[in-house]
Design a protein around this ligand. Structure first.
Ligand code: UDP
Length: 245
């Protein structure tokens, strides 16, 4: 029997594909259940390995999916292959389609004020049947309860949190217990892509699994963060050799 989870450096990834993930979350949204999804790339796994508090936030998630070819390759190296990437941006797009079809409610938190406003406008045009419960930019005072209060009141079905790693997972973990329903997902820089301020790699680069390289070329300041990738690869090989889970 196939493993339900694949443990990579202590993070438990769900062993499933995009279609199944969308179905599961659709069911949760339609039945008014809560949910917390982390779409984890090697950077997130490395952060969880180094920071026990952050690891606790990730462990609170109902699902951790493989975001990035690094995680898929890592699972392969360990001999426990994951079927495909379930990347945050693609998952978000698929869920927006579900919201649109089912006329469900969306809340968006994160990014610069101008960016989120543009992203909201774009979403209204592309998904005219979903309802926007509310939105807020991502540069607020952490302790301010206004945002979670608004979410409690408006009861959105999907809450996209684009504060970047590790803030988004921390924010979700600290606030999800205060609401009755809603699926929460950390979506990193996705609002910037929807708003058009950051371009996603063209399909050609994605197909070659070189999206990370494209991002590096476009935003060279990210190079330091990308060192997580070789560290991740070395650690995975270490896990393989030691036979640990
Ligand atoms: N961001 C935010 N609040 C903050 C810091 C960052 O809303 O305090 C936003 C930022 O504007 C960007 C998003 O978080 O839209 C993701 O940033 P980044 O590209 O660093 O995240 P990644 O996709 O690498 O996780």
């Amino acid at each position: 029997m196939e493993d339900k989870f694949v443990s990579i450096l202590g993070v438990n990834f769900i062993n499933t594909n995009m279609k199944d993930m969308v179905e599961r979350l659709k069911e949760r949204m339609q039945s008014g259940q809560k949910g917390f999804v982390v779409t984890a790339n090697p950077e997130i796994v490395m952060k969880a390995l180094e920071d026990p508090t952050y690891k606790k936030y990730v462990e609170k998630a109902d699902y951790v999916t493989a975001d990035g070819i690094g995680v898929v390759k890592g699972a392969q190296i360990l001999g426990k292959p994951l079927p495909e990437r379930v990347a945050g941006y693609d998952l978000m797009r698929n869920l927006l389609t579900v919201l649109n079809e089912k006329k469900l409610k969306l809340y968006m938190l994160g990014a610069q004020e101008e960016t989120i406003e543009k992203a909201v406008q774009t979403i209204k045009v592309e998904y005219p049947d979903l309802q926007i419960a509310g939105y807020h930019h991502g540069f607020f005072k952490w302790e301010d309860p206004a945002i979670i209060n608004e979410i409690q009141e408006t009861q959105p079905d999907l809450i996209l949190v684009a504060l970047g790693m590790p803030r988004q997972e921390k924010w979700i973990a600290e606030h999800i217990d205060h609401v009755e329903k809603g699926v929460f997902i950390g979506v990193g820089g996705s609002f910037d892509v929807i708003a058009g301020t950051v371009k996603r790699a063209p399909e050609f680069w994605q197909k070659l699994n070189l999206e990370w390289f494209y991002r590096l070329l476009k935003q060279p300041s990210r190079w330091r963060r990308m060192l997580a990738l070789p560290h991740f690869a070395l650690k995975v090989v270490g896990q393989k050799i030691s036979g640990r889970n």
